[in-house]
Design a protein around this ligand. Structure first.
Ligand SMILES: Cc1cc2nc3c(=O)[nH]c(=O)nc-3n(C[C@H](O)[C@H](O)[C@H](O)COP(=O)(O)O)c2cc1C
Length: 388
């Protein structure tokens, strides 16, 4: 997979989730493998130029965290251009422009989704950035403002002419927020609108099957995954294996290889990672958070992150209730130890969750039939990002 002059090891991408896909989580995902390119949370171009400490924390990285794109937002052409040049001089692989953020404070200043509504202005801004750097400049957008204004194909065409190297498109409108179904036909329209650049589809991919359906039905060159990576950090590796050898599929995680306990009974369906796998990855995530942010701040931040990991633990009320109080690594491990003991009541004699306590399978909105199912929708974390 190529984006401009950049060659990637896979056509699977980690979508930016502000507040979540920071350096520690990106390292977790990269250690498991399968992801071609990760992107930082969105960063205010002006803050970067003003050397704001928080902006620099958002672009903190390490050699193991590459290739890495930084996502910029802003609407002042000179600032976006200079910020892109600065990122290039710092060694980042590419710069992504946020054109999809529906949050009012970003749109009110002409950034985020507002950029989808002013094509000529947006093209001029992008051209300025493209001319200022050699690294690829990409854009991430939604399908449009609302169903009456599906501007993404027009915008993609204009951006390609302005020199953008790839388009990421979340298959929903700004008005949709995170509700309703991801519109694969809408993503396909963007794929068909551009001449040469890759279009990367995004939205609700939680399984390898969903990724395949997005590839098949849209013709997209890559798939980008956000929330699905939190529920299953193995999703990139599993998807690559699924796409590469559709028959006799046997995905295994590192820990399963180490323990020799491969448990993929069904050859075409990737297994859920085991509880032990999930706990190992969650603890690794916290350790990396502590390395990057320090112990107390990390434990506080982990209060909202741990429940994402726990979502697939089976009954997790007891864990979620206690983990929101932890302030140290020791407290976290105490909560985890108590929870692991409490969880045993739901296990069978093989140490597996009894079927009635297993979480229902995650199924992408676009994989579900018209009949309401027990399948779990992919939630959006609580907080100010609810409207993303
Ligand atoms: C908590 C949260 C934060 C997000 N932050 C960003 C962001 O910083 N930049 C961006 O372009 N999109 C952001 N998004 C949108 C995601 O990148 C992605 O387009 C969306 O979640 C759909 O993909 P998914 O279903 O795979 O998560 C965010 C979404 C969520 C839920």
């Amino acid at each position: 997979m190529r984006i401009g002059a950049l060659t990637l090891s896979s056509n699977l991408f980690l979508s930016p989730l502000a507040g979540y896909t920071n350096l520690p989580f990106r390292l977790v995902v990269r250690e498991i493998g399968g992801v071609g390119l990760c992107t930082t949370d969105l960063v205010n171009a002006r803050s970067l130029l003003e050397k704001n400490i928080n902006a620099f924390k958002l672009i903190e990285t390490r050699p193991a965290d590459s290739p890495l794109a930084v996502q910029l937002f802003g609407s002042v052409p000179g600032e976006m251009r200079d910020a892109a040049a600065k990122l290039e001089s710092l060694g980042f692989a590419s710069v992504d422009i946020n054109m999809g953020c529906p949050v009012r404070k970003v749109c009110n200043v002409g950034g985020g989704s507002a950029m989808m509504t002013e094509l000529a202005k947006t093209a001029a801004l992008v051209r300025g950035m493209v001319n200022a750097v050699k690294i690829p400049v990409t854009a991430k957008m939604r399908l449009g403002w609302d169903d009456e204004n599906l501007t993404a194909p027009d915008l993609a065409r204009v951006l390609e002419d302005a020199g953008v190297a790839a388009i990421f498109v979340h298959g929903r409108t700004r008005e949709q927020g995170f509700g309703g179904t991801v519109n694969l036909a809408g993503i396909r329209a963007v794929v068909q609108a551009v001449k040469n650049i890759p279009v990367i589809g995004n939205g609700d991919v939680t399984t390898p099957e969903a990724a395949k359906k997005m590839f098949d039905e849209t013709g997209c060159a890559g798939v980008s995954i956000g929330r699905g990576a939190f529920y299953n950090p193995w999703i990139f590796q599993h998807t690559l294996e699924y796409l590469n050898r559709r028959t006799g599929f046997q995905p295994v995680s590192e820990i399963q290889i180490k323990n020799g306990d491969r448990q993929d009974a069904c050859p075409t369906h990737p297994p859920e990672p085991t509880f032990a796998d999930r706990v190992r990855v969650m603890c690794r995530h916290l350790d990396l958070m502590i390395e990057v942010f320090g112990e107390e701040p990390s434990c506080r931040m982990f209060r909202k992150i741990a429940p994402w990991h726990a979502k697939r633990f089976g009954p997790c009320r007891e864990f979620n209730k206690r983990v929101v109080q932890v302030s140290s690594k020791a407290e976290f491990h105490e909560v985890l130890g108590n929870y692991t003991r409490w969880r045993q009541q739901f296990l069978d004699s093989n140490g597996e969750l009894q079927p009635r306590f297993r979480p229902p399978p995650l199924v992408a909105s676009f994989m579900q039939g018209p009949v309401p199912s027990r399948h779990e929708q992919i939630p959006v974390p609580k907080g100010p990002v609810e409207v993303w």
